[in-house]
Ligand binder design. Structure first.
Ligand code: ACO
Length: 389
């Protein structure tokens, strides 16, 4: 055993450790900057669509018009779900499973219908990634419909990725504004460096497992409230506060009891998450247009941000600021999406990041196998069970 002096350093939470090189995204956490393949997130959120961003992440360049048309057509073609997968979704809904558990199971089940599941060539992995990416919204819409005793709405090929998703959820073609809001949410969640779920899916692909398994690992990891589940937690936090005039008292109590403000703080951003900034602006528009619950949630969120940041600043903690999960619940509510579905939408978008990363890693793979530092005793005597005290 290593002596105290030569004890290796343990990087708890792997903070500050680089595990691979990437061309997909770059986060400058000190200066509120995020880039996909070198493009600032603000420019993509303003001008692009989810399909174009997906193409960018898979091919590391923006598409020409004919390439984008073909890419969109391939995605639209792959939206259908096998009948058996719909039955699994229905069964899990009847068991009252959480939507993230249903999504994880349904993606895993889909693998059984893919004849290429064990083929790890770049072409096959791209085809499988596109299939999973295209089918995820159909799975989410199916569980949403079944959970409300409504019929499944089959996908349409003539609608964009997010337009079709909203159509399948609500059996109604969304407005231009609703489509823009959902496209923005999808673009902002598409990729984000070596976060916990990206790492989990990378570990899986590093064993030369398969793309479906890598996505299932990602979903399982994204589910947690410290990661993708924070938007749902932030929503319940706003509901618990109830109105902007209760914020001040709520924050004092929360911080005194060492409770975390959900949707604030980030391992990499030590400044304002640029995605949260974009969502906050969009939420302002949403609050004006929709009124009602989205407006109330927005007013609570704005007030909570003001009070919490003031309190954090007094403690010298200017590094704790809103992250993307803080401001998405308002937009989701306006789009008629219930809180238990928030993380599934994050997932549907992030599949592109996980699969693009997996394919990038497979160009020069190495098994990910870190160490743990043993701190227990050695050479202990084995005592027979009837002699143990
Ligand atoms: N509210 C109050 N205090 C906080 C918060 C918060 N939201 N976030 C961090 N802190 C404090 C911690 O209490 C801790 O204080 P201490 O050093 O006095 O004990 C310190 O900041 C560091 O916290 P860690 O959890 O060690 O920092 P880490 O880098 O692991 O935290 C995390 C990142 C998990 C996101 C954290 O900020 C958190 O729990 N936030 C709330 C949940 C959340 O919003 N998660 C979404 C992240 S974004 C995403 O996944 C899409």
């Amino acid at each position: 055993l290593a002596s105290q002096a030569e004890k290796p350093k343990v990087y708890k939470g792997l903070e500050g450790i680089y595990v691979t090189e990437t061309r997909l995204s770059y986060i400058d956490g000190l200066h509120s900057k995020l880039y996909y393949v070198g493009y600032p997130i603000e420019a993509l959120a303003k001008n692009s669509t989810y399909e174009e961003v997906a193409f960018l992440l898979y091919f590391l360049r923006l598409p020409r018009k004919d390439e984008l048309d073909l890419f969109k057509a391939l995605m639209a073609e792959a939206r259908e779900l096998p009948e058996d997968v719909l039955n699994v979704v229905k069964k899990m809904v009847s068991l009252k499973a959480h939507p993230m558990d249903i999504l994880r199971t349904a993606v895993s089940y889909l693998a059984a219908y893919d004849p290429e599941v064990g083929v790890n060539t770049p072409e096959s992995n791209l085809r499988k990634s596109l299939r999973i990416l295209s089918k995820a919204p159909s799975i989410i819409a199916a569980m949403y419909r079944f959970s409300r005793n409504l019929d499944y709405i089959p996908p349409r090929k003539d609608l964009s990725h997010v337009e079709n998703f909203l159509y399948m959820l609500h059996d109604k073609r969304p407005t231009e504004f609703e489509t823009k809001v959902m496209d923005t949410i999808f673009i902002l969640h598409a990729e984000h460096g070596m976060n916990a779920s990206a790492f989990a899916s990378l570990v899986t692909i590093s064993t030369l497992s398969d793309i479906y398994s890598a996505v299932v690992s990602g979903i399982a990891t994204l589910k947690g409230p410290l990661h993708g589940g924070a938007a749902e937690a932030a929503y319940y936090q706003f509901k618990e506060i109830g109105s902007p005039d209760k914020v001040e008292e709520w924050v004092q109590k929360a911080l005194a009891s060492k409770r975390r403000i959900m949707g604030m703080g980030h391992r990499v951003y030590k400044s304002y998450d640029p995605r949260a900034k974009i969502m906050r602006e969009l939420d302002g528009e949403i609050a004006k247009i929709y009124g009602g619950e989205p407006k109330l949630l927005y007013e609570i969120a704005i007030k909570l941000e003001e009070v919490a940041l003031r309190e954090f600043a007094e403690k010298g903690r200017m590094d704790i600021q809103p992250n993307i999960d803080y401001y998405t619940p308002i937009a989701y509510t306006a789009l008629g999406i219930p809180p238990e579905y928030f993380t599934t939408i994050f997932t549907a978008s992030r599949i592109v990041g996980w699969t693009a990363k997996a394919m990038e890693y497979l160009k020069d793979p190495r098994l990910i196998r870190p160490l743990d530092l043993y701190v227990g005793e050695l050479d202990k005597e084995y005592v027979p069970i009837d002699k143990r005290g």
